[in-house]
Design a protein around this ligand. Structure first.
Ligand code: IPD
Ligand code: CA
Length: 261
């Protein structure tokens, strides 16, 4: 089995076990454990418990690999492979009882920094939706058994997903950008989970997704899903504090980039 496929298979095992734990904890009831960057940026006890579980499993199975996760300090590895993990992407949805949350796990090679790493495998597993998206580099992207392909262009314009950070100070600027995009779009979506937005581009459920200020774990797995489904992922404003990811089918990507950049 190719190394990428092996990593994807392991990532899927981890994501399913972690998803089961998140789902069970959700059913038991969720308390906000703390707030992070702003009052709107919450963390639940489940976020931490799920990341801990994933870390332990990786440490046991692949002790030389590095780890970058949302909830705890990064760990530098020796093997050249780093796991980039969001234990619960869509925490606000999760805490509120919405099913739009996912465990996002990627294995990357090289410096564990966005735009410098090369993603080898990625899994986005949404336990409450019963959906598992997976990709291995060079092997395509799949939703359960079905091979994924980004959408064909639509005569009425693109269906564009986006998101906003937790800092209210950035909302006015983001809304001004959205107003520019909306003129060219068929409609707009905001699900509250970046990994599922990227998975939706890969599956052709939306035509495009862009957002400023994502963290590495928000996009590591989802971006590989998009490129393996025939889409394009690029970055704008990389020198700023909030670089923008733009992910879409190739023709839509070109049009959207003209509007955004
Ligand atoms: C957030 C979600 C949201 C996006 C934010 C992310 P979290 O991740 O992906 O859709 O708009 O930028 O921080 O906090 O739920 O893991
Ligand atoms: Ca996240």
């Amino acid at each position: 089995m190719a190394r990428e496929t092996e990593l994807m298979t392991f990532a899927e095992e981890l994501a399913r076990e972690a998803g089961e734990l998140a789902h069970r904890r959700r059913a038991e009831g969720v308390d906000i454990a703390a707030t992070k960057s702003t009052l709107a940026d919450i963390v639940t006890a489940a976020d931490r418990e799920v990341e801990q579980l994933i870390r332990e499993r990786i440490a046991a199975e692949r002790p030389d690999d590095g780890f970058v996760g949302e909830e705890f300090d990064a760990l530098r590895g020796r093997s050249g492979v780093t796991w980039v993990v969001d234990p619960i992407d869509g925490t606000v949805n999760y805490a509120g009882g919405s099913p739009f949350y996912a465990v996002s796990i990627a294995a990357v090679e090289g410096e564990p920094r966005p735009r410098e790493w090369m993603a080898l495998a990625g899994v986005v597993h949404a336990p409450a939706l019963g959906e598992t998206f997976r990709a291995a580099r060079g092997e395509g992207a799949f939703l359960d058994g079905r091979r994924l392909a980004v959408a064909e262009p639509h005569a009425a314009g693109a269906l564009v997903a986006t998101g906003f950070g937790y800092d209210p100070a950035t909302h006015a600027g983001d809304l001004a950008t959205l107003a520019r995009v909306f003129v060219h779009a068929r409609d707009i979506r905001r699900t509250g989970s970046a990994s599922l937005d990227l998975a939706s581009v890969a599956a052709g459920r939306v035509d495009a997704y862009y957002e400023r200020g994502l963290s590495p774990w928000d996009h590591a797995a989802g971006a590989l899903l998009v490129t393996e489904a025939g889409g394009v992922v690029s970055w704008a404003d990389v020198a700023s504090a909030r670089p923008m990811i733009i992910a879409a089918a190739p023709t839509v990507h070109a049009t959207l980039t003209d509007v955004l950049v």
